[in-house]
Design a protein. Structure first.
Length: 210
């Protein structure tokens, strides 16, 4: 599952530039995996390609999108519209990959009322106060929530999202969240990822020291 979004991104890029077929070797190289692993992954989708021709890019994009659940529309709410949340709201890749931002929420009164082009085709969405969280989730029928708040507020926001009916959460806050069974939780910690890179950079130096 972790590799399917990578294949989907690479294939979407090929389709956008008009490439109709791609070999397993080319797709594997662009995805950072071996051709044997790629062929095994895609065989689980029932896609084996054509010998001497390769994979039909349009059809393979559809197969992977269907497996990932991207052939339907997924309403998303973003809580926390600071620098990171604002950037996420403006990210055009959500709409093209099956995700529709239906709500933006923030605790800062100075942010409330701000209009951000977060919808499809540049549609502006007005930031609402975090006190309206339950109404925004209900009105937008959102099942996915994105948390981009400070760490101190993240667990409370998480609890409220779950109580409102959100069943999958993507957490950007630097906090470990607890959720009930059956709630999907993914964490993106940018600082931790940079620290891991710094560790490897340090080990590249003579003696492995700074």
């Amino acid at each position: 599952m972790a590799r399917l979004p990578i294949y989907h991104r690479v294939l979407t890029g090929l389709v956008e530039v008009g490439i109709a077929t791609v070999s397993s070797e080319e797709l594997a190289a662009a995805s950072g995996v071996t051709s044997a692993k790629l062929r095994k992954d895609l065989s689980h989708l029932g896609s084996y390609g054509t010998r001497g021709v390769g994979y039909d890019t349009d059809y393979l994009v559809y197969q992977i999108a269907r497996e990932l659940g991207l052939t339907q529309d997924w309403p998303v709410v973003i809580v926390g519209v600071g620098n990171l949340g604002h950037a996420l709201a403006n990210y055009g890749g959500f709409a093209t990959r099956g995700f529709r931002v239906v709500g933006l929420l923030d605790a800062d009164p100075a942010r409330v009322g701000e209009k951000i082009p977060a919808g499809r085709d540049g549609e502006e969405i007005e930031v609402r106060g975090v006190h309206d969280l339950e109404d925004v989730v209900h009105d937008g029928d959102a099942r996915i929530g994105v948390i981009a708040t400070p760490a101190s507020a993240a667990q409370e926001v998480c609890d409220r999202l779950v109580a409102a009916g959100v069943t999958s959460i993507l957490n950007f806050a630097p906090a470990v969240l607890s959720t009930p069974d059956g709630i999907g939780l993914r964490k993106v910690d940018l600082a931790t990822e940079l620290q891991i890179l710094a560790f490897h950079e340090q080990r590249k130096r003579p003696g492995g020291q700074p």
